[in-house]
Design a protein around this ligand. Structure first.
Ligand code: KG4
Ligand code: ZN
Length: 370
């Protein structure tokens, strides 16, 4: 089954073509970063308008790359939520209309399920839950151009623990199968990616700041500042990053008082301390969740899972064979993950009606099991 995936939940137009027999055929991404950068954040109306401009041309490009025609598509999956309502409506309308025109089934996919299943995506054809990336020695590069392992070394199978860390979510989820998710802990305030972006902004870095901050942190001295690891002393799997963010703001203000405009090294040292605090906090919670659940595999997914230090620390502390993640381009928003998640559900017989429906808020646990 060949599924066209359409992702338009935020500021990236992503298109993917996934074949259940042959794996990922092609995918393309059009990023709106330049449009929103001058405002320091995503402007929803501008995002919607740009998805309108880009979705159809990108579908054509990806089809051409895969040397396929529209008539060869067997199903269409589009992100139906969570996300910005106007942006979601663009992908949902295009996807639903195209499916009606082609007389193929359409399905609205949950964006975070797309992220969660992304580590399964890059593997060859399969009929069950298992990716086949055993013994892979492919090496990829993270957003900062540093080398990282591209795919897990052994098969990932349900059940597993998933750390979903994106611009809008920080969640620890127990995954027993597709649609069989139990929320173990969530952020009480900012999402991990949001915290990266806000601190990056304080340091004068461009939007979205996560990858820029990670790059700056490479030059930072880890011993100069020690930032708090929020909510790690008390039990539980909840996260809270707003206190850490405030702490950074205070340190920046103090440094400004003593040294005037922040020097490059001080900015790098603060970035380093912040990244270490984030990574440490996420690692402590993952270790705790693994201990509590007895699960043996951890998937990290969502934009922040592209962070090289997070991958390294988790692998060091939990064991390289425990930790699974997608190549960096499939950690951040993309159409391939939507095509893949959609293909799994469409193959199981799920379909949407003719109405166009999006869900800006949509609890992951409410998804049906397949
Ligand atoms: O999953 P994603 O592309 O979009 C959402 O669903 O939100 O995640 C985007 C988030 C942004 O906050 C971005 O700054 C962050 O992921 N991010 C990173 C890195 N790459 C992307 N954060 C830290 N380190 C990175 N290398
Ligand atoms: Zn996302």
């Amino acid at each position: 089954m060949i599924v066209l995936g359409i992702e338009t939940s935020c500021d990236e137009t992503g298109i993917g073509l996934y074949c259940s027999e042959r794996g990922l055929l092609a995918d393309g991404l059009y990023s709106q970063v330049e449009i929103h950068a001058r405002y320091g954040g995503v402007i929803p109306e501008l995002a919607s308008r740009d998805h309108v401009r880009k979705t159809l041309p990108l579908i054509r490009e990806v089809l051409a790359e895969a040397e396929l025609s529209l008539s060869e598509i067997d199903g269409i999956a589009y992100t139906a939520g969570p996300g910005l309502v106007g942006a979601l409506l663009v992908g949902a309308s295009v996807g639903r209309a195209l499916a009606a025109g082609l007389d193929v089934p359409a399905l609205g996919v949950h964006h975070m399920e797309g992220h969660l299943l992304a580590p399964l995506l890059e593997n060859a054809a399969r009929g069950d839950d298992s990716p086949v990336s055993r013994g892979s020695d492919r090496v990829g590069r993270d957003a900062d151009g540093r080398q990282s392992r591209d795919a897990p070394r052994k098969e990932l199978r349900f059940p597993f623990l998933a750390l979903l860390v994106s611009g809008g979510h920080s969640q620890l989820v127990r995954a027993d199968g597709i649609g069989r998710y139990q929320m173990l802990g969530e952020s009480l305030d900012d999402a991990a990616g949001e915290a990266f972006d806000k601190v990056a902004k304080m340091l004068g870095l461009p939007y979205p700041g996560g990858p820029h901050l990670a790059r700056l942190a490479q030059r930072g001295d880890p011993g100069r500042f020690e930032f708090p690891r929020p909510m790690t002393k008390r039990p539980g799997l909840e996260f809270s990053f707003s206190g850490l963010k405030t702490h950074v703001r205070t340190v920046i203000a103090e440094q400004r008082e003593s040294e005037g405009e922040l020097g490059d090294q001080t900015r790098a040292d603060i970035a380093r301390a912040f990244e270490e605090a984030m990574v440490d906090t996420l690692t402590i919670k993952c270790r705790r969740a693994i201990r509590q659940t007895g699960l043996e595999s951890l998937v990290i997914a969502g934009g922040v899972s592209a962070n090289l230090r997070l991958r390294q620390v988790l692998e060091r502390q939990l064991g390289a064979d425990t930790v699974y993640y997608a190549a960096p381009r499939y950690c951040t928003d993309n159409g391939a993950m939507i095509a893949y998640a959609g293909s799994r559900r469409l193959l199981a017989g799920e379909r949407d009606g003719l109405e166009i429906q999006v869900r800006p808020r949509w609890p992951l646990e409410s998804l049906p099991a397949i």
